[in-house]
Design a protein around this ligand. Structure first.
Ligand code: MEV
Length: 312
C-alpha cells in the first residue's frame, strides 16, 4: 500500500482566547505554516516516536469506539512541521487533527468534519485537559472561523461568510519567547482567577465578547483603526486576566507607541515568554524595521489559509 500524506495548518486567536473556554465566542484564523503527516503500512507494530505513542493510543481508541473496530493493522507515521511548537500557534491541535485524518484515511474511512473534530478533540484533550475545541475546529476548517462552545456536547463553528476587506493589510508574528507554562496551566490559572474574582472575570469576558464582535465588523468593513483598537483593548483584558508576562507586555507597549497593536495569539504565559505575538500596524514596513533594529524574531504569515487536506 502506498503512503498517505495529509497536512493541517496552525492557527491563531484573533480574539476571544480564554473567554472561549467559558462559552464566549472566539474569532480564529488558520496560518500558512503547516504540519505534514505521512502514514503507511508496516509488517510489525512500530514505535515511531515515544512521545507520540500516547496520543496515537488516544486517537486509535476513539476511532475503534466510533467505528466498532477491534484491531488496527500495523502502520508507521512520519511527521514534519513548520508550526513553531508551544507558542500559541496550534501545533498540538494540528498534530491531533492530521493524525486523526491520516489514520482514518489509512483505514479507508471517509469521515465528515464533525467526526474528525470529535476524534481529534479527544487527542487535543489529552494535551490540554478540557480545551474549548476552537483550535481543533480552525485547523480542520482553515480560513477565518467564528467559534462558540455552547455546551461540552455542542460546539458551534462557522467560517466567516466574507473575505476580509482589502484595506486590511498584513499581520506579522513577533516572538515574545516560549512560555514556560503549558496551555493547560494557563487555562487552570484563569480558572483560579475566576474563582477568586468572579465578577471581575465575568466583566472581562463580556468585554472580550463585545470586542470580538467589533473585530469581525472591522474585517468586513476594512476599518483598520477599529481593528487596532480591538486588538489593544482585547490585549488589555488578557493582561487583566493575568495571562501575559512582563516581557511581552513591555514589547507590546513599544509596538503601541509606534502606532501599532499587538496581543498574544494563544494561551499566553507569565513566568517567561508569552508565545508568538500577533502584531498589526497600518504601515507594516515601519514595524519590520523596528523589529530588525531591536533584533526581534519575526515570522511573516498569511492568515486564513487552507484547512486540513489530503496532499498529492
Ligand atoms: C489556546 O489556543 C486557547 C485557549 O482559549 C484554550 C482553549 O480554547 O482551549 C486558551
Amino acid at each position: 500500500m502506498r503512503k498517505i500524506h495529509v497536512s493541517a495548518p496552525g492557527k491563531l486567536h484573533l480574539l476571544g482566547e480564554h473567554a472561549v473556554v467559558y462559552g464566549k465566542p472566539a474569532l480564529l484564523a488558520s496560518i500558512n505554516k503547516r504540519i505534514f503527516v505521512a502514514i503507511s503500512e508496516t509488517e510489525k507494530k512500530k514505535v515511531d516516536n515515544p512521545s507520540l505513542e500516547e496520543l496515537k493510543k488516544v486517537i486509535e481508541h476513539a476511532i475503534k469506539k466510533k467505528y466498532r473496530i477491534s484491531k488496527i493493522r500495523p502502520y508507521t507515521i512520519s511527521i514534519s512541521s513548520h508550526i513553531p511548537t508551544g507558542s500559541g500557534l496550534g501545533s498540538s491541535a494540528g498534530l491531533s487533527v492530521a493524525l486523526t485524518f491520516a489514520l482514518l484515511t489509512f483505514l479507508g474511512i471517509k469521515a465528515n468534519k464533525t467526526t474528525i473534530f470529535d476524534i481529534a478533540y479527544t487527542g487535543e484533550s489529552f494535551f490540554h485537559g478540557i480545551p474549548s475545541g476552537g483550535d481543533v475546529a480552525t485547523v480542520i476548517e482553515g480560513g477565518f472561523l467564528w467559534f462558540r462552545k455552547e455546551f461540552e456536547f455542542l460546539k458551534i463553528f462557522t467560517p466567516l461568510p466574507f473575505k476580509p476587506h482589502k484595506n486590511i493589510g498584513q499581520f506579522i508574528l513577533i516572538n515574545s519567547g516560549k512560555p514556560k507554562e503549558s496551555t493547560k496551566d494557563m487555562v487552570e490559572k484563569v480558572a483560579q482567577f475566576k474563582i477568586a474574582f468572579p465578577q471581575k472575570t465575568q466583566a472581562l469576558f463580556n468585554s472580550q465578547e463585545e470586542l470580538t464582535k467589533r473585530m469581525v465588523v472591522s474585517f468586513k468593513d476594512g476599518d483598520e483603526g477599529n481593528l487596532i483598537k480591538c486588538i489593544k483593548s482585547g490585549e488589555q483584558n488578557l493582561e487583566k486576566l493575568g495571562v501575559v508576562g512582563k516581557k511581552a507586555q513591555s514589547l507590546i507597549r513599544s509596538i503601541e507607541r509606534l502606532g501599532g497593536a499587538a496581543k498574544i495569539s494563544g494561551a499566553g504565559g507569565v513566568k517567561e515568554g508569552s508565545g508568538m505575538l500577533l502584531v498589526y500596524h497600518k504601515d507594516v514596513e515601519r514595524l519590520l524595521s523596528y523589529a530588525k533594529q531591536k533584533n526581534l524574531e519575526v515570522l511573516k504569515i498569511q492568515i486564513g489559509s487552507e484547512g486540513l487536506r489530503k496532499d498529492e
